[in-house]
Write a protein that binds this ligand. Structure first.
Ligand SMILES: [Ca+2]
Ligand SMILES: [Ca+2]
Length: 510
């Protein structure tokens, strides 16, 4: 799938400056990450020009058109999971837990995976980007003084850009220097509780608007725009007026001012029918801490967990599957906008891992592992706990942590991944079916189901893997499946991203 449209455009070095502005520890590394890309961009572009100018003096022989291979730089905070095969699922029956042997041999290709779960600080970068895009829109809006310098209305050649795009290079004025209109635009994204008078960022306004072109659906033969090309069997008579029904996600604001995201089914008319649009409220549900646990005093977590700097490096929670997908789309766009056209679309998008990718990565690709570590239980050689979970009845703390822990508090697995068992359970892109892997292909297995709004709730289950801080040892096993509804927000579910690596095995030299 490919991101084709986003709310705003942000380019080059500006993306780096925004990151630095967030005051995050690791941001400086982006400079080193981006600079080689910048150089590569020139070499990549020159490669095209070189091939255009090539004269075909090849003696009439078939010599092929070749070009140097371009290697992707290592994405910040991710590790490369190399392609491989393993037995996915449980290899033995376990009558105590009602597990039936259900393993299946599968293979997955190379992908990058976040070393750790996405942290509060990382997710806040997304929330603040959305906040700033709203403020910039309003600074341009005549209702708030209409400063047209906040948008770029013409390109370098003086041609109009329609509609104009936000100028991220122009800083939002500080509250001290802002005029009255600017101040009201800046403050408009905050909300004051009329009872307690506490002021905070208004979660209801944090809407991220994005579109994704569904290249898989668009590629299916049955969905081809030209009816002649839907069937290759020349014995079958093609009906040129055949109507093909397709499902498409769309989002709009209804007459009551409410945002509606829904899946519509309609007759295929053009490539635009494969463009899915979403308007997602991306703010985490801080009240999950209270709603998940009856008769418990979890109010401090509700108030502090997402925003207190003490929790910066803890995994974000209270994020639904839909919000996690919005994060992946934003992260892709944020990176691509910092790259030149020539390489922008050679970078695969960030996404949630498939269920198979998660299990393969958790077990370090080894069929004989049931945890990310080699032991058959959660305790290591030196009698130390190997992850954050619930070690005993009512006992959450024996492993040193009551709720979540800072990410990477325990040793990584052989692939260099932290907390693949426990801490927070993690969303995958896979829709949950009891039969699961059985019906999936054995090459890059996946089962995706785009549930329509009117579908029964049972069809909106997504696979969650790895178990969490609130689970006993059995449920943090890497071969155990679990699910949650795609719009649920839980205090024990977070996520991490993956990205398919554009990588090749070197061939034999001739
Ligand atoms: Ca614990
Ligand atoms: Ca985890």
């Amino acid at each position: 799938m490919k991101i084709v449209k986003e709310m705003e455009v942000m380019k080059g070095i500006n993306g780096i400056r925004i990151l630095k502005g967030m005051g995050m520890k690791k941001n400086r590394k982006w400079l080193f990450f981006s600079f080689p890309l910048f150089l590569l961009l020139f070499s990549f572009a020159s490669l095209f020009f070189a091939s255009c100018g090539k004269s075909f003096i090849d003696g009439g022989e078939l010599t092929g058109i070749s070009a140097p291979v371009w290697n992707e730089p290592n994405p910040h905070g991710m590790v490369l999971i190399r392609r491989g095969s393993f037995e996915m699922g449980s290899s033995k029956n376990d009558t105590l837990w009602g597990i039936n042997q259900n393993s299946k041999g599968i293979s997955v290709d190379n992908f990058w995976m976040d070393e750790t779960e996405i942290t509060n600080a990382q997710y806040r970068q997304f929330v603040y980007w959305v906040r700033d895009s709203i403020v910039r829109e309003r600074l341009y809006d005549p209702a708030y003084g209409g400063n047209d310098l906040f948008k770029i209305e013409e390109d370098k050649e003086g041609n109009p850009i329609d509609p104009p795009i936000l100028d991220w290079k122009r800083p939002i004025p500080s509250e001290r220097r802002a005029n009255e209109d600017e101040l009201s635009a800046i403050r408009s994204v905050y909300w004051t509780n009329p009872v307690t008078h506490e002021t905070k960022l208004d979660p209801n306004q944090m809407i991220y608007h994005y579109s994704v072109f569904d290249a898989t659906q668009a590629a299916l033969r049955r969905n081809r725009l030209d009816p002649e090309r839907r069937v290759y069997n020349t014995d079958v008579k093609v009906d040129p007026n055949e109507s093909i029904m397709i499902s498409k996600d769309t989002a709009y604001v209804n007459e009551d001012g409410r945002i509606v995201n829904e899946t519509i089914t309609r007759s295929l008319g053009s490539l635009w029918d494969f463009l899915n649009t979403y308007m997602i409220n991306i703010y985490p549900d801080e009240s999950a801490w209270v709603n998940d646990f009856n008769n418990a005093y979890n109010e401090p977590y509700m108030r502090l967990y997402f925003n207190h700097p003490g929790y910066n490096d803890y995994p974000v929670v209270g994020v639904s599957w839909e919000q996690a997908n919005a994060f992946c789309a934003w992260r892709t766009d944020f990176l691509r906008k910092s790259l030149d056209n020539a390489i922008r679309n050679t970078i695969e998008p960030y996404r949630l891992p498939t269920e198979a990718e998660f299990e393969y990565a958790a077990r370090s690709g080894k069929s004989d592992r049931i945890y990310p570590w080699r032991q058959d239980g959660p305790i290591g050689d030196k009698n130390c706990f190997l992850g954050n979970f619930k070690p005993g009845e009512g006992n959450y703390t024996e492993d040193g942590h009551l709720i979540t822990s800072r990410v990477a508090s325990f040793a990584p697995n052989e692939f260099g991944l932290y907390d693949m068992a426990g801490n927070v359970a993690e969303w995958t892109s896979t829709a949950f079916l009891e039969s699961g892997p059985e019906i999936m292909n054995d090459v890059n297995p996946q089962y995706a189901y785009n549930a329509a709004k009117e579908d029964p709730y049972a069809l909106k289950k997504k696979v969650v893997r790895g178990g969490s801080w609130k689970d006993v040892a059995h449920f943090i096993r890497s071969d155990i499946r679990s699910f949650e509804y795609q719009n649920e927000q839980r205090s024990y579910i977070g996520f991490r991203c993956v990205r398919t690596q554009v990588g090749f095995v070197k061939g034999k030299k001739r």
